[in-house]
Ligand binder design. Structure first.
Ligand SMILES: Nc1nc2c(ncn2[C@@H]2O[C@H](COP(=O)(O)OP(=O)(O)OP(=O)(O)O)[C@@H](O)[C@H]2O)c(=O)[nH]1
Ligand SMILES: [Mg+2]
Length: 602
């Protein structure tokens, strides 16, 4: 048997998981000394690099002494929490990172709870000890309390602690020690993480935890082999979650080393490998021996909590900027997404309308962003939470929310959240004049809250939330308090007219921008919508006053990113997303139509 250790790196968003994995790759000598690689090398796709966050969990393997250590880097953002849950089943232990200043955050709680419940062996890494504000001792205590609260076994509670500045390649067991390197991380893994159970002599059992797609070989399943041996070319039985058994053949077996994947001939119990050849493979399926198929327990796949509707773009500017604009094209693209992304669901809800469900706004934004880069053009509706009946009671998703705000602003933020049905759970001083306040809040009430929160705290507040559970429906919550500035004309905006409008609210666009009737060009400073004419030129006069036009000073527009726009819109509004622009519009473009429909709905 090979000597193997399987670990996952888990933490709240940004606490340094991917950076730590860089260090593990580097200091194990897995990267050759001349091999070029980016920082946070595991964040390999474009959106991950741009945003500096991990979206998909990814695995790698390193060699340390005569051990192979399989490492799975997981995303920390709450929207991708389902990934973490699946990954945990594949490993025998975890490195739980926690920021030496921020301490325990919502997603720390989420991942620690899952990890403990699955009986995994933890190593706690207090990261970013280089931060001037770091309080590693306080954070160790917080972790200790968290483990106790979450029902850790005595063995789990007795976790080893490593102090690290992952970015600088520093790690040590004793905080007082000068310097230190990742040697202690490797040694702690070998010592504390159990070797994989299972045996190569048993009947084959491997479970798929992630899917990938390759244009040449098709669907790829990444899986942990729990028992037996898999050879390239083997005939196998695929046991599906619904109990069906499907025969197939492993056409390719792929091993991992550092950032590379290579074809291999054989892999055995304990290892993590990828394979191709089984086109019907899904997450959670077991690959078994055809003569004696014994499926493993199916995996819990998290349910979506949020939906939006993707639709064919029908704005007056439709078809001018995108390559793929038809209902069929959009449907095909969404269907192919569902092939590998198990956390999302798709339903056709009408002519050219597709309901996409997922775990949160970021997950949906990432899909929309990928699509626009691929040349798609489409509309997206306001996110809605999924309401479901549990034992005859109407329930909705609730979130655990943690905010850090300057003390003098905490009162106004608490009041704002109160109107949104948030229940305050605790309030603690954080040092440097900040307070940490925890709430439980309906997910519905968080839609659109971030923009408001950033405005209220002048960008100084930090908020984090993660899914808690479904609870009885909490009734109406306050939503956007401002109306929209809506264009009444088709054409191109002029500085002169925008200058006249800017006193009425905040503009989202500047001059020389294409607009149409029903398009939203800004936020009104009052609660009602206001139709405005942003293309009206100055009345011609005989005297040319060229100086006057230059005197027009426009306030810079508020740039609306995809996420911000998605949070901002109301039920009667839509986003128009094209490769070149993100526009916000009313569903009904003319004022008379809007009046008719709003009367109808009352
Ligand atoms: N000061 C300091 N910053 C660090 C350290 N380790 C990581 N960072 C920084 O923290 C940020 C987040 O690091 P990542 O490694 O992407 O964090 P992550 O946990 O993988 O984030 P997600 O995958 O999005 O959850 C980056 O800007 C890193 O440079 C550290 O030891 N000290
Ligand atoms: Mg990461």
């Amino acid at each position: 048997m090979q000597k193997i250790r399987n670990i996952a790196v888990i933490a709240h968003v940004d606490h340094g998981k991917t950076t730590l994995v860089d260090g593990l790759l580097e200091q194990s000598g897995t990267f050759g000394s001349h091999e070029h690689h980016d920082v946070r090398a595991m964040d390999s796709n474009a959106i991950e690099k741009e945003r500096g966050i991990t979206i998909l969990s990814k695995n790698t393997a390193i060699r340390y002494k005569d051990y192979k250590i399989n490492i799975i880097d997981t995303p920390g953002h709450a929207d991708f929490g389902g990934e973490v849950e699946r990954v945990l089943k594949m490993v025998d232990g975890v490195l739980v990172l926690v920021d030496a200043y921020e301490g325990v955050m919502p997603q720390t709680k989420f991942v620690v709870k899952k990890m403990l419940a699955l009986g995994k062996k933890p190593i706690v890494v207090i990261n970013k000890i280089d931060k001037p504000s770091a309080e590693p001792d306080r954070v160790v205590d917080e972790m200790f309390d968290l483990f106790a609260d979450m029902g850790a076994t005595d063995e789990q509670q007795d976790f080893p602690v490593i102090y690290a500045a992952a970015r600088d390649g520093i790690a040590k067991l004793d905080l007082a020690q000068e310097g230190g390197d990742f040697q202690c991380v490797f040694e702690t893994i070998l010592k504390h993480i159990p070797e994989p159970e299972g045996d190569r002599e048993n009947n084959t059992q491997a479970q798929v935890f992630t899917l990938d797609y390759d244009n040449y070989v098709g669907k790829i399943g990444i899986s942990r082999i729990f028992n037996g041996v898999i050879n390239k070319g083997d005939n196998v039985m695929l046991a599906k979650a619904d109990g069906a058994l499907v025969k197939g053949r492993i056409t390719k077996l792929i091993g991992f080393h550092g950032l590379n994947r290579m074809e291999i001939e054989q892999a055995e119990a304990g290892d993590i490998v990828a394979f191709a050849g089984l086109e019907t493979v899904d997450v959670g399926d077991t690959i078994c021996d055809p003569s004696n198929p014994v499926p493993l327990d199916p995996m819990h796949i998290e349910e979506p909590t949020l939906t939006v509707v993707f639709s064919v773009n029908d704005s007056p500017l439709a078809g001018q900027e995108g390559k793929h604009v038809t209902s069929n094209k959009i449907k095909d693209r969404l269907e192919s997404e569902m092939q590998t992304n198990v956390a999302m669901k798709l339903e056709v809800v009408g002519e050219g309308k597709f309901k996409v469900s997922g775990r949160g706004e970021l997950q949906i934004t990432v899909l929309a962003e990928n699509m626009r880069r691929e040349g798609y053009e489409f509309g997206v509706s306001r996110p809605e939470v999924i309401v479901k009946e549990i034992e005859g009671i109407k329930c909705e998703p609730f979130e655990h929310l943690v905010i850090d705000v300057p003390e003098e602003l905490s009162g106004s933020v608490i009041e704002r959240l109160g109107k949104r049905k948030a229940e305050m759970k605790s309030m603690l001083p954080m040092g440097q004049g900040f307070q940490r306040i925890e709430f439980e809040i309906p997910a519905r009430a968080l839609i659109g809250f971030r923009g408001q929160f950033l405005t209220d705290t002048k960008g100084e507040g930090v908020m984090n939330h993660s899914f808690l559970e479904f609870r009885p429906y909490s009734g109406g919550v306050e939503s956007r308090s401002y109306g929209a500035l809506v264009s009444m004309e088709n054409g191109e905006t002029l500085s002169f007219s925008l200058f006249g409008i800017q006193d009425r609210g905040v503009l989202f666009i500047g001059p020389q921008t294409k607009v149409y009737e029903g398009m939203i060009i800004g936020e009104h400073s009052r609660s009602n919508d206001l139709t405005v004419n942003p293309i009206k030129g100055k009345a011609q006069s005989n005297v040319r006053s060229s100086g006057a036009d230059e005197a027009i000073k426009l306030v810079p527009p508020r740039g609306m990113s995809l996420e911000r726009a998605l949070e901002w819109i109301e039920d009667d509004e839509l986003l128009e997303i094209t490769p070149l622009n993100i526009r916000i519009r009313k569903k009904y473009l003319t004022e008379s139509e809007r009046k008719r429909h709003s009367r109808g709905s009352k």
